[in-house]
Design a protein around this ligand. Structure first.
Ligand SMILES: [Cu+2]
Length: 85
């Protein structure tokens, strides 16, 4: 998983429950990896990880389901992670 050009690449991702996804920030800008949509976190986000420029962070997807991912700093950055059992 890359974060580059102010986008999550790829925009959709399917993983098995229990998978740790590594987000490699290739931008010279800070981002966040946040459970939410269009810059807004959900009321009880499952993850909300700040990311400095060129930093790598990890998110573990434990529960099956469909997880919207956004960046709180850049509302146009959105991704959907589908977690299968
Ligand atoms: Cu961002």
């Amino acid at each position: 998983m890359e974060v580059s050009g102010f986008e999550f690449v790829p925009p959709t991702l399917e993983v098995k429950a229990g998978t740790t996804v590594r987000y490699v920030n290739k931008d010279r800008a800070a981002h966040t990896v946040t459970h939410g949509r269009e810059g807004q976190p959900l009321s009880e986000p499952a993850f909300d990880v700040p990311q400095e420029k060129e930093q790598t962070v990890e998110v573990e997807f434990r529960q099956p389901g469909e997880f919207p991912v956004t960046c709180k700093l850049h509302p146009t950055m959105n991704q959907t992670v589908t977690v299968t059992p």
